[in-house]
Ligand binder design. Structure first.
Ligand code: C2E
Ligand code: CA
Ligand code: CA
Length: 678
């Protein structure tokens, strides 16, 4: 997966849900905090206001009572009348009493009620007294309806324990919780008596409804706004969850089969491998390929092709365990994660699947290839395993009957080598890493050097000496051989021209021309132009064509051979007798030279059959006016035999191996390169 795609997927998976969650939580806490602060500040101020207003009023009441009572002008009944009038004026007042405190013989403060209006007296004793407010000799005592002391904490005006105060009112039936009124005793010392006489007034501290409602409204506003924003965050979270699910589905769905896609396979495969089915069994990653899918689509239409893949997908899925996995990977490829106990068993299972797929359209011959990667390390990257199963598929040659392959390390090394060669070949050509080696050809009788074949060697900067069998087949499959052969023809022409200029008596050098050149109509002209750049006589360069080229495009080959000969180049048929050789090619191709393949001389020839074939082939070639070169000659006996059969030239290790140009120079012209330098 490329980096950008991976990044996008990661982003999708993250989906930034946390900011919304944090936002909602912070907002909730913030709102509660703000409400508490507003409520607290408001109530504190409100209570302070109420108390100070009420306190002024109570002072007046006390001075009125004190004035009358301390002068002793009033009887209790008259006092009751005064109190009744006071209560009429101030309906908040519920009780009035006058008390005197004194020390008992035990030294404890006690109280004596000298007058009371109503039944209430404050539960006023030193241990249980609760002062809400105590300043300027005015004491305010919190009370509940039974006048019992509620709390022991003394409270000054700035630290009014308003919550305790109002909380108590929840017990009162007509209170409007949480704010309504609080009942308190005002205990105020008289001014005119010197004894510790106090006037106690029980009154209600009332919070006006509209004030409370104002606050409530403000708080409701704040709460609603907060609730709205919190709701927004919650909706965003829900939306994100759904969006994420939807997007994940899109990202992981294969549009053709409707099943999962390769991305899902890579992401989930690893987790699947932890399932017990893969713990109890071996695991394999299989690539199952419908060959020539594009070709099928061209013939029957893309729609039909896609429908076919969809059917294949369902069929494969049906044959798998629920913990095994199949996805369509690309074109007609399916990636399968499968459990198996033995190699026979997996082949049996996969063959069964292939059979089922073949039966989908029995009228059409559809080929399937199967690459199997045996998973050794379940923690390995799934995409890597998938690629290795693909390497196994690539190792199946087109014409192979057996279309199942297990991945081997060797396959991987081969593939890596092909990659390496393809990465390096252009650079190698520019840097002249390809070197011309020459293998001499000798006449068997005089044993005289009479020709040579140019063979390429790659002197790789890191790999060192690389023989042609390691790169020529790769160049043939990717077309680079066209450039290499041109390069070799040019290098040989340059060398021949150089030797000619030096007055050397040069021998013909043959150059290999790969069969894939014969797709080119102007090949002969093209070769001629290269050689003519260096003014080398055409009879000093020979072209070796492999016999197999004859089976590709006969007329093209024939044309090229004719033209090359018209230009004066000798043309030889290389590797005659190897592979699918046909005497017909000798009949149809007007060639100058036949090169007998080295295979003729490889196997032991006890009953002399090989000798007969070689001898008669030479005789046949002679009759067709062709020269014969025997390749791969390694022994004296072979040389002697070929001499008796009138073979024209011998190329083989017996005389010489392919050698670098300077060595050849020394051999052919007897000149030491060291001397030349001097
Ligand atoms: P080829 O054209 O048949 O070349 C002859 C091969 O036989 C050479 O292998 C040579 O080294 C080898 N040989 C020669 N004498 C003996 C012998 O006595 N015993 C044994 N065992 N082998 C002998 P090389 O150089 O490895 O080349 C292999 C093939 O690579 C060549 O087969 C040719 O098909 C291809 N090739 C080499 N150079 C070029 C090139 O420049 N262009 C093209 N298209 N193909 C080339
Ligand atoms: Ca050759
Ligand atoms: Ca050959």
């Amino acid at each position: 997966m490329n980096k950008r795609k991976e990044k996008r997927l990661k982003k999708l998976k993250k989906q930034r849900m946390w900011p919304h969650i944090f936002g909602a939580v912070f907002l909730l806490l913030g709102t509660v905090f703000v409400i508490v602060i507003i409520l607290g500040t408001y109530c504190a101020n409100l209570f302070e206001k109420i108390i100070s207003m009420e306190t002024d009023e109570m002072q007046q009441v006390v001075s009125l009572i004190d004035d009358k009572w301390s002068r002793g002008e009033l009887t209790t009944e008259e006092m009751d009348e005064v109190c009744e009038n006071i209560i009429k004026v101030n309906s908040n007042i519920e009780g009035i009493c006058i008390m005197k405190d004194f020390y008992t013989s035990e030294g404890v403060v006690d109280f004596e009620v000298s007058y009371k209006y109503g039944d209430d007296v404050p539960g006023y004793n030193q241990e249980s007294i609760t002062y809400l407010y105590s300043t300027n000799n005015v004491e305010i005592m919190l009370t509940d309806d039974g006048d019992s002391v509620l709390t022991k904490d003394a409270v000054d005006l700035n630290k009014i324990n308003w919550s305790t105060l109002f909380a108590t009112q929840e017990n009162l039936e007509d209170a409007r919780p949480p704010l309504g009124y609080a009942k308190v005793w005002y205990i105020i010392p008289t001014q005119y008596t010197y004894d510790s006489v106090k006037v106690c007034i029980k009154t209600k501290l009332t919070v006006e409804a509209y004030e409370a409602e104002g606050v409530m409204l403000a708080l409701t506003g704040v709460s609603l706004l907060a609730a709205f924003i919190i709701l927004y965050h919650i909706c965003s979270i829900i939306n994100l969850v759904f969006k994420k699910r939807r997007l994940t589905k899109i990202v992981y769905t294969d549009v053709i089969t409707g099943g999962y896609n390769l991305q899902y396979f890579f992401d989930v495969g690893k987790k699947l491998l932890r399932k017990s089915i893969f713990k109890k069994n071996n695991a394999a990653l299989v690539t199952l390929r419908m060959e020539k899918y594009r070709n099928f689509c061209s013939c029957y239409g893309t729609r039909t092709g896609e429908e076919l893949l969809e059917t294949y997908y369902s069929k494969i899925k049906k044959d798998l365990d629920k913990n095994e996995l199949v996805v369509r990977a690309e074109k007609g490829d399916f990636a399968i994660l499968i459990a198996y106990s033995s190699e026979e068993e997996i082949i049996r299972r996969l063959s069964g699947i292939v059979k089922a797929l073949e039966n989908v359209r029995p009228a059409q011959k559809i080929y399937f290839s199967v690459g199997i990667y045996r998973i050794k390390n379940k923690k390995e990257d799934v995409s890597k395993m998938y690629n290795l199963s693909g390497v196994a598929i690539n190792a199946i040659s087109e014409d192979s009957e057996d279309r199942f392959r297990f991945f081997t390390d060797k396959m991987y090394e081969d593939q890596m080598w092909i990659r390496r060669v393809e990465d390096d070949m252009e650079r190698a050509l520019v840097n002249k890493e390809f070197k011309v080696y020459l293998q001499p050809k000798y006449s068997p009788k005089e044993e005289k050097l009479s020709g040579a074949e140019a063979l390429v060697r790659w002197i790789h900067p890191t790999e060192g000496f690389v023989p042609p069998f390691r790169f020529i087949p790769i160049f043939e499959s990717n077309g680079f051989i066209l450039k290499l052969d041109d390069y070799m023809i040019r290098e040989v022409a340059i060398q021949q021209a150089k030797w000619l200029e030096e007055g050397k008596e040069i021998v013909p050098i043959s150059v290999n021309v790969s069969r894939i050149h014969f797709t080119r109509a102007d090949l002969a002209k093209h070769i001629c132009e290269i050689i003519d750049e260096y003014n080398v006589p055409h009879d000093k360069i020979e072209l070796e064509l492999t016999e197999s080229a004859f089976f590709d495009d006969k007329s093209m080959l024939l044309n090229t051979v004719k033209k090359l000969r018209e230009y004066g180049f000798a043309v030889s048929m290389d590797d005659f007798g190897a592979g699918y050789s046909s005497l017909n090619s000798l009949k149809e191709l007007p060639l100058d030279v036949v090169k007998l393949d080295a295979e003729f001389f490889r196997d032991t020839d006890e009953d002399g059959r090989g000798d007969i074939i070689v001898g008669d082939t030479i005789a046949l070639a002679k009759k067709l006016d062709m020269k014969i070169v025997a390749e791969g000659i390694e022994t004296r006996e072979q040389v002697d035999f070929l001499a008796t059969k009138d073979c024209d030239l011998i190329q083989g290790y017996y005389f010489a191996k392919p050698m670098p140009l300077d060595e050849f120079e020394q051999l052919a012209f007897g000149k030491k390169p060291v001397e030349e330098k001097q």
